[in-house]
Design a protein around this ligand. Structure first.
Ligand code: HEC
Length: 181
């Protein structure tokens, strides 16, 4: 019964989660894995955060997460929470644009699989979806230019516009959820 220890973390956590339906064996697993209740809880939260995604779903989630991190970094700079560095903003924006250009490939037909948060509308309205992705790429390019020009005011406005392109797509093509803004 040490098997769960050798498995990847998320599978172990899934096993633990599944075993919750059977309190007795849940105890057994907890004891054998040496995990406290809190460990079990946090292991399961990690699963929720990564959602046990695989394949295309995992790849696009990871890419979206990366885009989110770039947005945070840029946001801190344009809002004066971090030292403004136009070249860093340009680089981060270009990374966002690059992710965006590759993103459509990560939404092939038939990739509407659990635990995706993409809505079936992505595939029903593929043109609208790709248009929304192009809007994001364009907005990221505008932001990169503002960064290169070292223009904080313009960068701030472009950051807001880029953020709107995220929200615009999410509102139509992504399932609503509590996390991720
Ligand atoms: C053209 C549509 C579109 C655009 C533009 C877009 N997203 Fe997304 N985003 C999605 C979809 C669809 C998902 C859900 C993917 C899935 O679960 O399969 C998602 C998921 C996410 C997630 C959650 C990833 C996870 O781990 O579940 C984050 C964070 C995110 N997007 C950030 C952003 C940010 C920041 C921007 C703008 C800079 C952006 N997105 C632009 C469609 C878009």
């Amino acid at each position: 019964m040490n098997a769960p220890m050798k498995l990847p973390g998320y599978i172990t956590a899934l096993l633990l989660a599944a075993s919750w339906a059977l309190p007795v064996s849940a105890e057994g697993v907890r004891v054998q894995s040496g995990a406290t209740n809190i460990d079990v809880f946090s292991a399961i939260e990690i699963v929720v955060a990564h959602k046990g995604a695989t394949g295309f779903v995992k790849k696009r989630m990871d890419r979206m997460e990366a885009i989110g991190a770039e947005m945070k970094l840029i946001g801190a700079m344009v809002r004066g929470k971090k030292r403004f560095d136009g070249s860093k903003i340009a680089a981060a924006s270009e990374r966002i644009a690059r992710h965006g250009r590759k993103m459509n490939k990560l939404f092939p037909k038939g990739s509407w699989k659990k635990p995706t948060h993409a809505l079936p509308k992505v595939w029903k309205d593929w043109r609208g979806f790709t248009r929304a992705m192009n809007t994001m790429v364009r907005s990221a390019t505008v932001l990169a230019e503002a960064g290169r020009a070292g223009n904080k005011k313009r960068a701030r406005a472009a950051h807001i516009a880029l953020g709107k392109s995220c929200i615009g797509c999410h509102r139509t093509y992504r399932l609503k959820k509590k996390k991720h803004r």
